[in-house]
Design a protein around this ligand. Structure first.
Ligand code: FES
Length: 79
């Protein structure tokens, strides 16, 4: 089944690239161009890689950090 119709890339091809080390949509794009035209397949590629759109949020929850802490490494001082 095609996952990227712009470049005719199948799910199997994405899995093969993932098996050889591509673990992000950007790395998949470097390997086969999937996701670099209209972009409508990027979320499906993320899902196929096991990295949904909220994966960073999930990583933070698993790490036990409060949501948003990874984005605010310093305190914001009031004016
Ligand atoms: S469907 Fe993949 S870039 Fe358009």
């Amino acid at each position: 089944m095609y996952i990227c119709s712009c470049f005719g890339i199948t799910e199997e091809q994405v899995r093969e690239h993932a098996d050889t080390g591509a673990c992000t949509p950007r790395q998949i794009a470097s390997a086969c161009k999937a996701g670099t035209d209209c972009g409508s397949c990027v979320r499906r590629i993320q899902t196929l890689l096991g990295r949904g759109p909220n994966q960073r949020h999930q990583d933070v929850l698993v790490a036990g950090l409060p949501v948003g802490a990874e984005r605010a490494p310093f305190a914001v001082e009031a004016a």
